[in-house]
Write a protein that binds this ligand. Structure first.
Ligand code: AMP
Length: 277
């Protein structure tokens, strides 16, 4: 596995692969990340992962400084997953002095996570555009765990005609349903024990939808009820939205995205499930 730290090194390495699958990450890798790398390799013949904790997608009071890091463990995991290369840029490589661009993709970035994290998706869209231009992947792999991010990236690719195919991989979960996340490492044992409530609540909505419930507010109520009273004050949003525009629905007629964000102390967890048409 090649370890690349400069743009020139990535460009030189890129010439070796006719097709390349790319999995951008912020490191502290878990089985969710690895599933994307393995799929990239299987489908494209070569896989490159990036590890970059992107400062511009963190708000001033968020966890940039304490975001978990484990570079050596990450390299070992990527090597074991069969990655061909990893790109580990420093912040200066991505944001040299004088850098000032920022991409605004409109309404879809202001709902849900965007309402709570106003500059988050501009940071994501800008860094992903740069990474696509540097890596020039055939396909790029993102996780359904960050459903709104997937919607934003698809819009980015569509609006700017970026020559890359976006692939979305299923959310990888713990046996008790908790979606794997680097941020799970922040949870205290008590918070960790309560965290599976997110997936339980989303599953309850999924079951009600499968049984015929089409009223979006009734589905939101099921989620809130299953989350329980103790998590109600810590819930940032409970959403039943159009899967493409993320507009809140009144009635679920086609497919929908059921999503939520809940705070456990200073740790914010997000999760979602799709309601199939
Ligand atoms: P992050 O390192 O959190 O920026 O995540 C990097 C990529 O891994 C993103 O495309 C995430 O959506 C994806 N990812 C994170 N957690 C999971 C998970 N539990 N299952 C599948 N993909 C995930």
């Amino acid at each position: 596995m090649q370890v690349l730290t400069t743009i020139a090194e990535v460009r030189a390495a890129r010439t070796r692969w006719p097709a390349l699958g790319f999995a951008p990450t912020m490191g502290y890798l878990h089985a969710g990340h690895i599933s994307l790398v393995e799929r990239a390799r299987a489908e494209c013949g070569a896989a490159l992962a990036s590890i970059f904790v992107n400062p511009t997608q963190f708000g001033p009071n968020e966890d940039l400084d304490r975001y978990p890091r484990d570079p050596e463990g990450d390299l070992a995991r990527l090597e074991a997953a069969g990655a061909d290369a990893v790109f580990l840029p420093s912040p200066e490589v991505i944001y040299p002095p004088g850098f000032s661009a920022s991409l605004d993709l409109g309404d879809v970035t202001r709902r849900l996570e965007g309402a709570v994290r106003p500059h988050h998706f501009a940071g994501v869209a800008t860094v992903v555009t740069k990474l696509f231009n540097i890596v020039q992947p055939t396909r790029a792999y993102f996780g359904q765990k960050d459903a709104q991010q997937c919607v934003v990236i698809r819009k980015l690719v569509q609006d700017l005609d970026l020559p890359v195919e976006i692939v979305v991989g299923d959310t990888v979960r713990e046996p008790d349903g908790l979606a794997l996340s680097s941020r799970n490492s922040y949870l205290t044992p008590d918070q960790r024990a309560r965290a599976p409530a997110l997936h339980r609540a989303l599953t309850a909505a999924q079951q009600a939808h499968a049984a015929g419930e089409r009223n979006a507010e009734a589905l939101r109520a099921i989620i809130r009820r299953t989350l329980g009273e103790d998590l109600a004050p810590a819930t940032d949003y409970v959403s039943i939205a159009d899967p493409d525009t993320l507009e809140e629905l009144t009635t679920v007629s086609g497919g929908a995205l059921a999503s939520l964000a809940v705070r456990f102390g200073a740790t914010r967890l997000i999760d979602n499930v799709r309601l199939q048409p």
